[in-house]
Design a protein around this ligand. Sequence first.
Ligand code: ADP
Ligand code: ZN
Ligand code: ZN
Length: 856
Amino acid sequence: MEFVRVVVLTPLGPATEPAFDYHLPEYLEGRVEVGSLVQVPFGSRPLYGIVVDRPPAPAVEETRPVTALVDPRPVLLPVQIELARWIARQTLSPLHECLLMMLPPGVVGLTDTRLELAGDLPPDLRLSPLERHLVDLLRRRGPLTGAQIDRAFPRSDWRAAADRLVRRKILVRTPVLAPPRARPLQVTTVRLLPDVPEEDALKGLRAPVYRAVLDFLRAEGGPVDVSWVYAQTGCTRQHLNQLYRRGLVTFDLEERWRDPLEGRVFLPTEPLPLTPDQQAAWDEIRTGSSLCYLLHGVTGSGKTELYLRAVGEVLARGRKAIVLVPEISLTPQTVARFAARFPGRVTVLHSQMREGERYDVWRRARAGLVDVVIGPRSALFVPLDPLGLIIVDEEHDPSYKQASRPAFHAREAALELARRAGATVILGSATPSLESYLRAQRGEFRLLVLGRRILGHHQRISDLQAVYGVPRTRYQPLTDGPSGARYLDLPPVQVVDMRAELRAGNRSIFSRALQRSVDEALARGEQVILFLNRRGTATHVFCRACGYVARCPRCDIPLTFHAGEAVGARHAPSGGGPRPEGLGAAGARHASPLLCHHCGHREPLPERCPRCDSPAIRPFGLGTAGLEEAVRERWPGARVLRWDRDTARTAQAHWNILQVFSDGGADVLVGTQMIAKGLDLPLVTVVGVISADTALNLPDFRAAERTFQLLEQVAGRAGRGLMGGRVILQTYHPDHYAITAVEHHDYLGFVQRELEFRREAGYPPYVRLARLVYRHTDPRRAEVAARDLWDRLRGALRRAGLPPTDLIGPVPCFFARLRGYYRWQILLRHPDPPAFLRTIPIPRGWLVDVDPVDVL
Ligand code: ADP
Ligand code: ZN
Ligand code: ZN
């Protein structure tokens, strides 16, 4: 007898071991493998499950048989099951959730119930109106599944009524499995049958369209998609059916892959000769002596060209590659570069794809028909075998961390997958995360540097010059190599001290330097980007005279302002920025509206600045809408375009706005962090950062790192164009090391300072954190739950002999109220948070986030 160990894909409660042993019925012997999707009996219910092992003997005495093999081929690779186990351990998530995460939606069907009448009903039955409807429905239509009843009674609470009827033995309920939703797409084709005497067969069919169809099919020579026949000849299905009845044509069903790149034409490109910098890096990567390479190169330094090189090499060796990008930088340009270099071998995955498309990408990959997949986080789970390379572009990007359970980090998962699959990882960034940089310093990753910015091939540059009518450029020819690349220096960054502006009597949100630059650019017909970091506006309290920021005396991170009734109108944030949410009953009416989101310290809003005694101390507050208004007021002649979450909700809307701007349809683009991502805008010469401080003053230990990364990215937007450009950075903290590092494009200087701070303050990458978040619609319940768990954790720490300071909180989250939920958090500092937390029963409702990317 053959046995299989199956993880059922249904939550069974935290205490239950999720894997169970079954035996195979005879007709399935030899057909079930590790990774197969099966149906198994569980108690009285049928469930879907994944075969994770084939033990020689079962762990229990008596086994039940597997009911069915749902998909004839395994749905997961063995290495993916190992990765799922690893993710489950690291993120403290149930294994079945990690397995499910690797499958495209729709592969596994839902569990459902079927309801039917128990028998003939007594005529004098007393039923509520809804119960009566339900009984009538089942009498009319016979047994129905929950999904079918949902469709018949939308928005009603029929389930409660069904419960009562089942208890009264009027209805019988049986658990069933709905079949998987995702199916191959079938298209109908039509073809000409050979050797039919046409004239006879067409007798009586007068319309010329019949002949047109036959001529068309003859010319095409094989089966043709019917919709193509309709389009080309103007016929309808009725016409084709007529021809079918007369034996002239026949229909077939053909399976179609839905291809996200279908219909796009890519001009094939050849690899470029490498620049000396690139060549040096490539010589290292080629040796393959390291599991992981960290490629540090400013925007435009030629990283992507190296990725293409590496992918090419891997493909030549018969292996496959995954290219991870943050969702927002999955631009048509990125895809086009890969698709053009490897025609027909590349596919993409992204969140806006339809279920059927995702299913087909997955199926094509499983069938070995995909060599390169590009996409965000989830592209990591496309089954490519054998895998040779994983590229993680913009490796510092926080979107690589999944916010919900399983809260895994795609960079870490990529490393784990590569280790198990024998593949190589290349992490690339202009501003590598401190985590990765420290690992490179310690020798775990091999560090490669691309120091100079290539702005493209000389041919492309002269083409652009012609298109935009620009006579002179600032590009420097490359003198030390065979390549046709042209270099350009990074754009100059001018830091403007906003305190000095106030002293000089300028109360505008635009410094004099920024006003002058914008005036000049507009006069020359060039474009301007004004950047506002919306996250964190109207939250920190600062003095406009001296730049003082109210900080927690214990944690030294900025205090957060929470507007509430007790706070006078003078302090209400102005402008269109997001208003800080109150803390509800727990905090809104608090007389001390300044809160430390680390330790819970509170204090009142000062009347005057403690440092300089100025009364100009208040919350910072300005949104993109407010900024747009201010721009229109100051530059009434300019055409202004706003780009933020309100004006661009879909990927398409993003592209439309960008298209308008890059086509010269506007002079000034006002936007949020979305602007920062990779994109070529040749006519932009001025990038103004309205306030560099909003990100800096977020109560998060990564605030400086995020600020630096963001501002470097924004700076990368300027001066990519033909005319060069400049960045103007407005700040109240001109001496902060994150700001001066951007001013001098000094990544290494920044990293040194920041690592020092992290080490001294006991933050990652020197320690590991876990963040535990609890949310509830009732603020008091949220607080009570947080205090309970905190007590329990403190007890466990004490028993383990660890200091109580390793527990921070409990405290309301910075985003204390999200989508109607009140959120509380606890931070834990521990050498191995998952190992420690596994020993503690964590009640339902908590999200455990190991190695969080932010603590907001
Ligand atoms: P990054 O990924 O670091 O932003 P890219 O690879 O996109 O850099 O390179 C920036 C520009 O320089 C692109 O237009 C690219 O085509 C061009 N480029 C890169 N490498 C070379 C090379 N060796 N020779 C000529 N042009 C190059
Ligand atoms: Zn002051
Ligand atoms: Zn504090």
